[in-house]
Design a protein around this ligand. Structure first.
Ligand code: AMP
Length: 186
């Protein structure tokens, strides 16, 4: 890991293989049979974090993105840095019961369990250009719910960005016709 000192040199862009080396597979978490992708070592690495944010936004730099919508919880770790580089704002898509004002919600099945996400009904100005982000695209249920939430509330979805796509779970099939960008595929 590069040392985070004041003497650090200019950031280095890591290869996709180097980024993958910083992601740890955790078998049987949070349930037996799931191989959990732990991205925290990659986030903690200065060059790793810079590289992943760069890679997430690259296809969307010239698309006029106004809002980056991050899915709770790990989408929250990515959306702010992406938005700052794109000159956009952020909207948190939160788990049930967390937002204080009037919400719209969408429910979905997870690779493990079920859940729902919510946004304030005024979170997306009409036709605002929205980029969705989450850490992992697995079965696609979360992303499909997030997209329906964004569009129901008036946002214009430009695309969806994922740090990791678990391609063997066919999440893209739940998102037909959508622009999907994933940085690392397994
Ligand atoms: P899905 O709705 O099946 O596409 O699942 C995506 C959501 O579940 C994302 O918010 C991920 O954070 C989480 N998730 C699903 N599978 C994994 C996994 N193998 N490792 C880490 N997170 C996962």
């Amino acid at each position: 890991m590069a040392k985070a000192t004041s003497k650090r040199e200019a950031p280095v862009i890591l290869s996709l293989a180097s980024m993958k080396e910083l992601i740890k597979d955790v078998p049987d978490f949070p349930k037996k049979g799931i191989i959990f992708k732990d991205i925290t070592p990659l986030l903690a690495d200065p060059d790793g974090f810079n590289s992943l944010i760069d890679a997430l936004i690259t296809p969307f730099k010239l698309k006029g993105v106004e809002i980056v919508a991050g899915v709770e919880s790990r989408g929250f770790l990515l959306a702010p840095a992406m938005a700052a580089r794109l000159g956009a704002g952020i909207v948190p898509l939160r788990k049930k019961g967390k937002l204080p004002r009037k919400v719209h919600s969408a429910s979905y099945d997870l690779e493990y369990g079920t859940d729902s996400i919510e946004a304030h009904t005024d979170a997306f100005p009409k036709n605002s250009k929205v980029l969705l982000v989450d850490d992992v695209l697995a079965t696609g249920g979360t992303a499909a719910a997030a997209i329906s939430l964004i569009e129901t509330l008036g946002g214009d979805l430009i695309g969806s960005a994922f740090l990791i796509e678990l391609a063997f779970l066919n999440g893209r099939k739940k998102l037909p016709g959508r622009t999907i960008h994933s940085v690392l595929t397994y």
